[in-house]
Design a protein around this ligand. Structure first.
Ligand SMILES: C[S@@+](CC[C@H](N)C(=O)[O-])C[C@H]1O[C@@H](n2cnc3c(N)ncnc32)[C@H](O)[C@@H]1O
Length: 283
């Protein structure tokens, strides 16, 4: 018996898109990625609070939850995916665009500029592909041989300019730090790792990237507050850019600091706002 011929009636548009178009899969993955990142951040915050309260049982139960979610490894994979899917890709491209006019002074016979990339997930980003830059990459959990497994907060303080850097990159790292004082300490620590000693005319530079929600929707941080905090440490804002999700900033370290403390202070009350905060301790 001859096989029944299938009717090839075109399906109605009202029945949905043809199966070759699969936006649903991608959208789901993007959502799952965001959820994983969010949940990792929330668990880290809860862990920091439990540790502060001396609640060892809660700390180990949160550690178990973090591991059950795949730990820092899964978070890092999600971060990489999240960037390629909907976060505008490699943020270091923008850093290179911003400093290109200065880098153009560099010639191959000159020593390279030293970059410290904190929270490095790749050895192949725009920074690493720039011939004038010598990049030291560190991360709490190294994903590749060219990334040193190291906590920036425990990296030994430099004893000479040879151990300092012309550029420090903190791309999506400050928001990873689970407590407000830790964030302030991280910014203060950057100052100690910067140097103006350079083979070309170049002002020590800090590049950082934060989710926009950290400055637009926080009860305790605004762009103005960020400016006040970094200015007090001796930084001067030279570039800023926003995408839908991220804020990118380039700061020059002028050394003209006016040290002061910043507490966790309610600046933007609102039930739907977040608690991202930066506390700066004097001294
Ligand atoms: C969201 S990922 C960002 C990675 C990359 N910089 C980017 O923009 O795509 C944050 C990374 O910062 C790392 N990190 C957080 N605190 C750190 C610290 N104190 N020292 C070194 N790495 C840190 C985490 O391990 C994580 O891999």
């Amino acid at each position: 018996m001859a096989p029944k011929s299938r009717s090839k009636r075109p399906s109605l548009l009202s029945k949905g898109r043809p199966p070759t178009v699969k936006p649903k899969q991608a959208a789901l993955s993007a959502k799952a990625t965001r959820n994983l990142i969010r949940s990792h951040h929330q668990l880290l915050k809860a862990r920091a609070q439990a540790e502060k309260a001396g609640d060892a049982a809660k700390v180990s139960s949160i550690d178990a939850q973090i591991q059950a979610n795949g730990g820092l490894d899964s978070y890092q994979i999600a971060s990489k995916l999240g960037q390629s899917m909907d976060r505008g890709g490699d943020s270091s491209k923008l850093l290179i665009d911003w400093i290109k006019p200065q880098l153009d002074q560099w010639k191959p016979e000159l020593p390279k500029l030293r970059v410290l990339e904190v929270g490095a997930l790749s050895t192949k980003n725009a920074c690493s592909r720039t011939p004038s830059l010598d990049v030291t990459r560190i991360d709490l959990n190294s994903q590749e041989p060219g990334i040193l497994q190291q906590d920036f907060m425990e990296r030994p303080l430099p004893s000479s300019d040879e151990e300092r850097f012309n550029i420090i990159s903190l791309s999506l790292v400050l928001n990873y730090v689970p407590d407000a004082t830790g964030r302030g300490d991280m910014l203060k620590r950057c100052v100690q790792f910067l140097t103006s000693q350079c083979s070309i005319s170049f002002t020590p530079t800090l590049f950082f990237v934060l989710p926009v929600a950290c400055v637009d929707n926080s009860r305790y941080v605004t762009e103005e507050r960020l400016l006040d905090i970094l200015s007090s440490l001796g930084f001067h804002l030279v570039q800023t850019k926003r995408s839908n999700k991220l804020i990118y900033q380039l700061w020059n370290y002028t050394g003209e600091s006016s040290p002061r403390s910043f507490k966790k202070e309610m600046l933007n009350p609102g039930a739907k706002r977040n608690n991202f905060a930066i506390v700066l301790r004097e001294g």
